[in-house]
Design a protein around this ligand. Structure first.
Ligand SMILES: [Zn+2]
Length: 61
């Protein structure tokens, strides 16, 4: 029961539309981190995204 308290107290005050919007926002942000930043021209930003991909064992090369 302890693991349900956080999700219940947060999710209980949201409508299903708000939950979907939050999920889509998180997904878009994640896609931007994986692909948008990964193809950035800045080497520092690119390497950071690249290292993050490898940290999550995302296949990239
Ligand atoms: Zn790589």
């Amino acid at each position: 029961m302890l693991e349900n308290t956080a999700a219940t107290s947060i999710g209980g005050s949201l409508t299903s539309h708000q939950r979907i919007a939050a999920g889509l926002t998180a997904a878009l942000l994640g896609m931007f981190m994986l692909f948008g930043v990964g193809f950035a021209h800045s080497d520092v930003v690119h390497n950071t995204a690249h290292d993050t991909r490898h940290a999550f064992t995302f296949p990239c090369h």
